[in-house]
Design a protein. Structure first.
Length: 296
C-alpha cells in the first residue's frame, strides 16, 4: 500500500480542505509550497473556464503538486473533472455523496481519488467504488456535513478498522497535537480547512478571520442547509434563522458568499468554521502553520 505522501506527491500528509470562494490560488499554492497538498474548491464554481484559469494561476506560483475538490451533488462535477484531467491534476478530493461516476471517470484518467466520508458505511461504499483513500471527517469540522456524523475521535478508528485503503482524519485538527492524535487513531494523514482560513495567504476578509481568532470552542453550531447541514460561526444573522434558511433564502445566501467571505459583510450570509476556532489565536502564514504542525 502506498503512503499518503506517495499518492499525493507531497512532503507531508496534510491536505488543505476545500473552502469555497475563499480558496484562492495564492493560498492553494502556499500549502503545496510548504509541503502540504493544496486544493482548489469547485462547489460554488459555475464557470468551467474560471476553474481552468485558477489552475493555471496556481501553476504560475508553484511547481509542486496540487488538486481540487469535486462535489458529487454538483451537476457540473464531471465537466470539472474533465478539466482537471486535461490540465494534468493527479489527485483530487471528492465529497457530497458517493461519487461513483466521478470515480470511474477519474480512475480511467489515472487520477487518484480521496473521498470525504462522515460514516463507516459511506467509507465502505467509497472503497468499493475504487477510491484510493478516504478522509474520515468528524462533526467538529466546519462547512457542509451530514446529519448523523460522529466526532473525529470516534469516527477515525472505526473507519480505519472498516477499510483497507489509507485513511486521513479531518475535523478539529489545527495544531501538532491534533496532527499526532490523528496518527494515534490509525490515520495516515490529515485534512484541515478552518485553520487555513486564518492564514495570511487566504483572501478571506479580516472580519471573517477576526471571528475565528476571537471565537471560543462554543462559538459555532450546526445549521440546516437544505440537503445537508453546515457548521458555522454564531453571528447575529444566525440568530435570525435558527432553523436555517428557506429554499429561497438558501439561494440568496449562497449568492452572497463572496460579499460576506471576501468583502466582510458578516450579515450577508453564514461564515463556515469548525470547532477548532477555539484554538486559533493569531493569523499566521501557511508555511508557519504547516511547519508548527509537523514539528516534533
Amino acid at each position: 500500500m502506498k503512503s499518503i505522501t506517495e499518492l499525493l506527491g507531497c512532503k507531508y500528509p496534510i491536505i488543505q480542505g476545500a473552502m469555497g470562494v475563499i480558496c484562492n490560488p495564492e493560498m492553494v499554492a502556499a500549502v503545496s509550497e510548504a509541503g502540504g497538498y493544496g486544493v482548489l474548491a469547485t462547489a460554488f464554481q459555475k464557470d468551467p473556464e474560471k476553474l481552468r484559469e485558477q489552475i493555471e494561476s496556481v501553476k504560475e506560483l508553484t511547481d509542486k503538486p496540487f488538486g481540487a475538490n469535486l462535489m458529487a451533488v454538483n451537476p457540473q462535477s464531471l465537466e470539472f473533472a474533465a478539466i482537471l484531467a486535461d490540465t494534468g491534476i493527479k489527485a483530487v478530493t471528492t465529497s457530497g455523496g458517493l461519487p461513483d461516476k466521478i470515480v470511474s471517470f477519474l480512475k480511467e484518467k489515472d487520477i487518484r481519488v480521496f473521498h470525504v466520508v462522515a460514516t463507516v458505511a459511506n467509507a465502505v461504499k467509497a472503497e468499493a467504488a475504487g477510491v484510493d483513500a478516504v478522509i474520515a471527517e468528524g462533526s467538529e469540522s466546519g462547512g457542509m456535513q451530514g446529519f448523523n456524523g460522529a466526532s473525529t475521535i470516534v469516527l477515525v478508528p472505526l473507519v480505519v478498522d472498516a477499510v483497507k485503503v489509507p485513511v486521513l482524519a479531518a475535523g478539529g485538527i489545527g495544531d501538532s497535537r491534533g496532527y499526532r492524535a490523528a496518527f494515534a487513531l490509525g490515520a495516515q494523514g490529515v485534512q484541515m480547512g478552518t485553520r487555513f482560513i486564518a492564514s495570511k495567504e487566504c483572501i478571506a476578509h479580516s472580519v471573517y478571520k477576526d471571528f475565528l481568532v476571537s471565537a471560543y470552542e462554543t462559538d459555532t453550531r450546526l445549521m440546516n442547509w437544505q440537503w445537508a447541514q453546515a457548521r458555522v460561526v454564531k453571528t447575529p444573522l444566525l440568530e435570525k434563522i435558527p432553523d436555517g434558511p428557506s429554499k429561497a433564502g438558501f439561494a440568496a445566501m449562497e449568492a452572497k458568499m463572496e460579499q460576506a467571505w471576501v468583502n466582510g459583510d458578516a450579515e450577508a450570509t453564514i461564515l463556515p468554521a469548525g470547532q477548532i476556532t477555539g484554538m486559533i489565536k493569531e493569523i499566521k502564514s501557511v508555511r508557519e502553520i504547516i511547519e508548527e504542525i509537523v514539528a516534533e
